[in-house]
Every structure is written in C-alpha cells, then in structure tokens.
Design a protein around this ligand. Structure first.
Ligand code: ARG
Length: 460
C-alpha cells in the first residue's frame, strides 16, 4: 500500500511522473540509519515529556529497530510513491505497529527531520574526513623521514629555481592538509548543533525538550531560531568548500606525481597497485589514480557551486529546492573520502628516485642565487650581485658549461672579490645546507619540523 501520508486534502492522485520527479528516495535512503536514530531520540523525549505513553514509546522503538534490521538485511523496499526516506520509514512503521506509529511525527516536521538526518550524516562524514586527512599526513611524514637528505630541484614557473630536499617538498603538502584538517574541525563545531524541534518553520505547540534530544544524540548545542534552522544549509556548503580545498591540494600533488612519473622526469615510481596499462602500448604504466583524483576535483568544485546556487534566491523558510542539497553533498563526501583513502596508500608505497633527483638538481644553474649571496657577503649590494651572476650565467650558456666549471680567473674577471672558496658554496649540497632560516629547506631545519610534527599526538 503506497497511500500518501499527507493525502487528506487531495482529491486526485498525483501524476505518476510527478511522483518520480519530486521523489528523493533513490538517494536519500542513504540517510536511513540517521533517520531511525533521530526518531528514537525524538520518541524518548516525547515520552519523557508525557506526550507519549511508555507503552507507545516501546512499540515505536521496537518497530523502528526492526525496520533498521530489515533495511540492513535487504528486506525493505523503498517506494518512489512514498517520496523520501522519511515517509518510507514512517509508513512502514505504521504498517508494522498500527496507528500508534502515526504518533511518532508529533511535534516534528519533515523540515526539521531532514535537517537532523543530514547533520547526523554530515557529522560522521566530517569525522571520517579528518581521520583520513590525518592518515594521509602520516604517509607524507613517513616518506619525508626517509628523504631529509634527498636533494632535488626546486621549481618556480616549473623552471629550475634552487635545490631543495624531498622531505621539504613532501612536508609542504603536510602543511596544506594540516589546514584542511583544521578547517574540518571548525566545521564540525557548526555542524554539531541540533536542528530538531524547529518544527515546520515556527517551532511547536508541544512542550518538547530539545536539550534532552541534543544530549541523546551527542549534539553540543541546540539551534536558536526555528526559521533559520529549517532553511540553513551553510554547514553543508562549508563542507563542500573545505572539500574543494582538499581536492585542490590533492590535485596539485597529482599533477606533480604525474609529471614526476614521466620518463623525462623519472623522480617517482608509483607502485603497480596504483597504475594501469595500455591496451595497445605494451610499455605503458599510467598514473591513472592521480589523473582521476585531479579530474574528480572538477565535480567537487561543481558541487560547491551547485549548492551555493540552489540557495542563493530562496526566501525563508523551507523550499523544496533544498532537497537538491543531498546529491552534491553525498557525491562530494564520497569523492573526497575515496581520494584521500587511495592517496594515503599510494604515497606509502611510492618509490622516489633519489639518484635521478640529485643528478638533475644542479641543472639550470640552480646555485646561481648562492653565488650572488656569496658576493653580497663580500660587501656587494644584492642588486649588483644579481647583475654580475646574470652575466656569468649568460657566459656559461654561451660556452655550454655549468657554473662550477668556470675557472677562478674567469670568475674574478666578472668580479674581483670572488675567491678560491667560491666552489664550495655553489654545490647543491652546500646550497641546501645553507638555507637554514626557520622554515627553510636545510636538512637540519626540515628535521626540526619533522620533530615538531612527531611531538603531536596524531603523528607520534
Ligand atoms: N525530502 C525532503 C528534502 O530532502 C524532505 C523535506 C520535505 N519537506 C517538505 N515540506 N516537503 O528536502
């Protein structure tokens, strides 16, 4: 029987396609567990407040628990004609326990109910994302610890800039993900506020106890304005926004992994478990995971824009437009969860090619700045030093030699203050060791950062 729970004032049945068009059950059934635990808490509160009898409460809770069991054992058919997860479950409850099941919806509306279910879902999702971000950071720390002395080229404009150590590069991503985890922790505080009790929009005539429901469900607080409560989707937009940043970071890392896996770079070999072959070119090992994560960033950005756009013109309070919040939110969470999960494993099993990185770290006159700094320590203003070294680089390019290959007499021709000791300052090792400023790439500095990270409980 798929008779509508709200059929009272209607004469004609709903058009079949209207049912399909307006239904959300194909995707919001994902919320079933949250819907049921929310209903159980609501029912307990109604009983405590003397609105339901204890016998009624026990029947309702037993009914809801058996529905939960049915759903989890594939013994529940969600009907499109019943529109959404909430009415599918309520209808089944009434079928199971009789008219008393109809008392559950006392002092409640689907508007505060759906806000509750979505928040319970979002709360778990945020917790899971924070845990996965931490995991990914642990993988980065693991690899960084192995590579505090691995010298590689550092780039700006993707042109060789100055040598760095690989650990420094990996820990740059650690920092990005650290901010991501912080953002999600802040969002958690705003998500974890109880919406139930707002009613349809204006509150309820029943003497409910919202604080009690909040405690039952582990919320840190209770929303203050019923109109805002049923028409607010900020928390989900914030999740999509923070998720977009996570994906942006993963996408940049992906871009580097893809580049580094090329035969031109050869900085990185991703484990077989994360590569795919080609159906025609036998030699291929494609970094598909990185490419897909980079590609999926697009849908996460798209979901954020969808949600912002759905909300931008809505008058208070609930509007059916808001049903459109779920697919973007769910898709965002599934995408970011999957991407974080696979990346942590992929990083742990990746093999960095230290020899190759070291071999190319000195290309492109990567220690030219060290030479300029040397002249500055000899008293030359930095701008003049820059000019002198620029000319030396041009000389090298003309003669197709590297900076350390220029003999002392020629060097002194460019500037007389250059001494014999110059050669020890323009090796990549020395260049890296000298960048000892706080937060710099010198291995000793990078180790300071690694130790600070390891002193945090999440990374011990
Ligand atoms: N399925 C609906 C949604 O996701 C539940 C709330 C419906 N409320 C209403 N007044 N039609 O938004």
């Amino acid at each position: 029987d798929d008779k509508k729970l709200w059929g009272g004032r209607f004469e004609k049945p709903m058009e079949k396609f209207t049912e399909e068009f307006t239904a959300s059950v194909s995707y919001d059934q994902k919320l079933y567990r949250y819907d049921i635990i929310g209903s159980i808490a609501h029912c307990r509160m109604l009983t405590k407040q003397g609105i339901l009898h204890e016998v009624e409460r026990d029947m309702i809770i037993t009914g809801l628990e058996s529905i939960l069991h049915d759903i989890e054992h594939g013994d529940f058919e969600f009907l499109v004609s019943l529109e959404d997860v909430h009415m599918n479950i309520e209808k089944r409850l009434i079928e199971k326990i009789g008219p008393v099941g109809g008392k559950l919806h006392t002092a409640r509306s689907r508007n505060d109910q759906v806000a509750l279910d979505s928040r319970l879902y979002a709360r778990d999702a945020v917790k899971q994302i924070i845990e996965l971000v931490r995991n990914l950071q642990r993988a980065l720390v693991e690899q960084a610890s192995q590579h505090t002395e691995t010298i590689m080229p550092g780039y700006t404009h993707l042109q060789t800039a100055q040598p760095i150590v690989l650990a420094h590069h990996l820990l740059a991503y650690f920092e990005m993900f650290d901010r991501d985890a912080q953002r999600f922790s802040e969002i958690y505080q705003r998500v974890n506020v109880l919406p139930l009790g707002a009613g349809a929009l204006a509150g309820t005539t029943f003497d409910i106890d919202r604080q009690y429901v909040a405690r039952e469900l582990g919320f840190d607080g209770v929303s203050r304005n019923s109109l805002d409560t049923v028409s607010d989707r900020d928390a989900f937009i914030e999740i999509c926004s923070a998720a977009s940043l996570v994906m942006m970071h993963l996408s940049r890392l992906s871009e580097e992994f893809i580049l580094w896996s090329s035969s031109e770079f050869r900085f990185l070999r991703l484990s077989d478990g994360y590569c795919t072959g080609s159906s025609i070119m036998p030699q291929k090992r494609n970094p598909d995971v990185s490419e897909l994560v980079r590609g999926k960033t697009g849908r996460v950005y798209g979901n954020l824009i969808s949600l912002l756009t759905v909300m931008k013109g809505l008058p208070l309070a609930y509007n059916k437009d808001m049903q459109e919040d779920k697919e973007p939110l769910f898709d965002t969470i599934d995408t970011v969860v999957g991407s974080l999960r696979i990346y942590a494993d992929m990083i742990c099993t990746a093999a960095f090619n230290a020899e190759r990185m070291r071999a190319v770290a000195g290309l492109g006159f990567s220690t030219a700045t060290d030479l300029a700094d040397y002249l500055v320590r000899g008293g030359l203003p930095f701008r003049d030093a820059h000019e002198v070294v620029g000319k030396m680089v041009a000389h090298c390019e003309k003669h197709q030699i590297d900076l350390p290959e220029v003999d002392l007499a020629t060097m002194q021709g460019f500037h007389p203050s250059i001494g014999e000791d110059i050669y020890q300052f323009i090796t990549v090792e020395k260049s890296v060791q000298s960048r000892r400023s706080y937060g710099g790439t010198a291995p000793e500095q990078v180790k300071v950062q690694l130790e600070a990270i390891r002193s945090r409980p999440e990374f011990a």
